[in-house]
Write a new protein. Structure first.
Length: 222
């Protein structure tokens, strides 16, 4: 169609370039973009390039950025609404995973709820900046929720219960399966019973020697 309408001979190199640029899009979408380009009074009289069709398919970079900015504004409005509705005690759950990821990246849900009105103004700018990056993140990599104080407290209690069960089980196991004395490894610096006994005997000898020496000295003085 392009070669006939614009009287252009498409070489194999040109066809390869067209295919490489547009293969990511569905054939029907590319065809609709071509019809829209041809019908456009501002550009339809010139031979189209792949970039022209991509512009009709996805929009301009500037317009796309504006769309993301608008989505970020809407997402922030939802976040602010949840701050007023549930506060730091509730768990944040939004349909927009990028919004929750952005909240996590600027300090987290609980800390965000503690911000003053003035601080929220700066947090909004941080949020929108983070959102524009995270908006392109795959859904499976985004959080489904951000826990509040109640959920965090419940998690800690559950973890403590699990830990207590592990410790109780370990104590019961040690009680029912005592380690034989010969298998007990004493830490360095701890004397055996025999060594202690020999040491005490040496101390007694020294006391006796010094005691006799002191007695002899007193006898001489007398």
């Amino acid at each position: 169609m392009v070669s006939e309408m614009y009287k252009v001979e498409l070489t194999s190199a040109m066809l390869q370039a067209w295919w490489g640029s547009l293969k990511a899009y569905d054939v029907d979408v590319v065809e609709q973009a071509l019809f829209s380009y041809i019908a456009c009074p501002d550009s339809g009289m010139f031979e189209p390039k792949p970039a022209n069709l991509i512009k009709f398919i996805t929009g301009t970079t500037k317009s796309n950025a504006q769309v993301v900015d608008d989505r970020a504004e809407i997402a922030w409005a939802c976040v602010e609404g949840e701050i007023r509705r549930i506060g730091s005690y509730g768990t944040l759950k939004l349909d927009d995973g990028a919004a929750m990821a952005a909240v996590a990246s600027i300090g987290g849900w609980k800390d965000l709820c503690y911000c003053s009105t003035e601080q929220l103004t700066w947090k909004k700018k941080e949020f929108c900046s983070a959102y524009s990056t995270l908006e392109r993140t795959p859904l499976e990599s985004l959080p489904e929720s951000l826990p509040g104080r109640i959920e965090l407290s419940e998690k800690r209690r559950a973890e403590n219960k699990v830990l207590q069960k592990i410790l109780t089980g370990a104590k019961e196991h040690a009680k029912n399966n005592p380690v034989p004395p010969e298998n007990i490894v004493k830490p360095k610096g701890v004397l055996s019973d025999g060594a202690k006994e020999r040491g005490l005997k040496e101390v007694e000898k020294l006391k006796l020697m010094f005691g006799n020496a002191e007695k002899g000295s007193e006898d001489k003085r007398n």
